[in-house]
Design a protein around this ligand. Structure first.
Ligand code: PXG
Length: 442
């Protein structure tokens, strides 16, 4: 590896970093220079255990040979082909491989470059689908409080994270929100899916009654909400949402950007819960986070509703320069091969009980007010420092990094989502780091 990468540049000012406390970071930068499997190496030569699969995306672990080789050889063979009105073989191969993996009936896939773009694509598809079927009055979109659907205007409009919305004006019109399902007084320290709260799905009936079903195009939810701090669906909740949507002809969109590709121990959350949406948005794990890519899965009926009119006409006026980019497709194929060879899309199921016990062993540590888990996702909620919300968790994040573990925090919640290749020994190591950090922070 080049030594050039081993040093910290002496001027950090030009790069405006995303979702980062820029001034704090630039005073004490945390730089990664290489990675392999479960670990990063920092610019000062320390190994850091990846407790978050990057940002919930490096599901197969870092610098996996099949993926690296696939990218290298594709870059030398076909670097780019126009995405509109032209094709190249591996984008079709990838689409076939993906629909084989997807829940029954989700027969078509549309490529994007990120989770945010997958969400915009899904929302536009939903509205256009109804119009194509002669129900052009169905334009409203229903999201949920505390939902995260990326950062573009559609996504923040249906999303429910206040900090991501409040600075950006009036957003999309015609959007309503269901209540979130976080009920700490009833469900704290539940192992797995919580017992209480399925009735919150009935709020959708109230919203339908208010606006009338004939004005509503789609409901979008994360089956397990990630970014907001890991909120699980209460038992029976997603089933009830499915029933209500079906009854009223409303499309159900599952945003599986973090739950897709093995995070819960099944290929998708739809499989885990046995509830099939009409549209499913994915990104991240589809290409192991290595090359940007997103994929939107749709049911056959939705795709087919667009396939009318003169055959020389474009059916859906939507797409990106990099939709199905050859190198991204190669990365995704290398990723799917790695998942298959190592059984990673179901490995979480075997590890989940061990993971659950390890996480819940943190009950009783200082300031821990709740622990939540599902598949290979964990959340440890901390009591905020009075008057300084988020500070305690952020200090825990910085201390964990210094000790040699990468964790993620959102608000006062520590979220863990390691690569699916993690060993039991590494689970112990990660949880021990968190335990020591909790004991050390104020
Ligand atoms: N939907 C969901 C459910 C997501 O979790 C997006 C859409 C947007 O994806 P892109 O690729 O546009 O970022 C996401 C992204 C975190 C964290 O630490 C979560 C995400 C991104 C970065 C950090 O919780 N989720």
């Amino acid at each position: 590896m080049s030594n050039r990468l081993k040093v910290t540049p002496n001027d950090l000012s030009a790069f405006w970093m995303p979702f980062t406390a820029n001034r704090q970071f630039k005073q004490a930068p945390r730089m990664m220079v290489s990675a392999k499997d479960m670990h990063y190496t920092t610019s000062d030569g320390r190994k850091v255990l990846d407790g978050t699969a990057g940002l919930w995306c490096v599901n197969a672990g870092h610098c996996r040979p099949k993926i690296t080789e696939a990218i290298q050889s594709q870059a030398a063979e076909l670097d780019y082909a126009p995405a509109f009105q032209m094709g190249h073989p591996i984008v079709f191969e990838l689409a076939n491989r993906l629909v084989d993996l997807a829940p029954e009936g989700m027969d078509h896939v549309f490529f994007t470059n990120s989770g945010s773009e997958s969400v915009e694509t899904a929302l536009k598809m939903a509205i256009a689908y109804h119009r194509a079927k002669g129900e052009g009055s169905r334009t409203r979109l229903i999201g949920r409080e505390r939902g995260y659907h990326g950062v573009n205007f559609g996504g923040i409009s249906v999303g429910g994270i206040v900090t991501n919305r409040k600075m950006f004006g009036t957003l999309l019109g015609g959007v309503d929100h269901m209540p979130h399902t976080h009920l700490p007084e009833k469900n704290s320290f539940t192992k797995g899916v919580p017992e209480h709260g399925a009735e919150l799905a009935n709020e959708l009936e109230r919203i339908v009654a208010l606006h009338d079903a004939s004005t509503i195009a789609a409901v979008i939810v994360e089956p397990v909400a990630g970014s907001t701090g890991v909120i699980l669906p209460p038992k029976g909740y997603l089933e009830r949402l499915r029933e209500i949507c079906t009854k009223h002809g409303i499309l159900l969109i599952f945003d599986e950007v973090i739950t897709g590709f093995g995070r819960l121990g099944t290929p998708f959350a739809a499989d885990y819960f046995g509830v099939t949406p009409d549209i499913m948005t994915t990104a991240k794990g589809v290409s192991n986070g290595v090359i940007p890519m997103g994929a939107v899965f749709v049911k056959k009926e939705i795709h087919d509703a667009f396939m009318t009119g003169p055959e020389h006409m474009i059916e859906f006026f939507h797409g990106y320069t990099y939709s199905g980019n050859p190198i991204a497709c190669a990365a995704a194929l290398g990723t799917l091969d790695t998942y298959k060879e190592e059984g990673l899309l179901t490995r979480g199921e075997e590890l989940a009980p061990y993971w659950e016990d390890a996480l819940h062993s943190l009950k009783g540590e200082p300031n821990v007010i709740d622990i939540r888990n599902i598949g290979l996702i964990g959340a440890i909620e901390l009591a905020p420092i009075p008057g300084s919300p988020t500070k305690r968790a952020f200090s825990a994040f910085v201390k964990a990094f210094e000790r040699g573990a990468l964790i993620r925090t959102t608000g006062d919640i520590i979220a863990l989502s390691p690569p699916l290749i993690i060993t039991k020994g590494q689970i112990n190591e990660l949880i021990d780091h968190v335990r020591e950090v909790l004991r050390a922070v104020d």
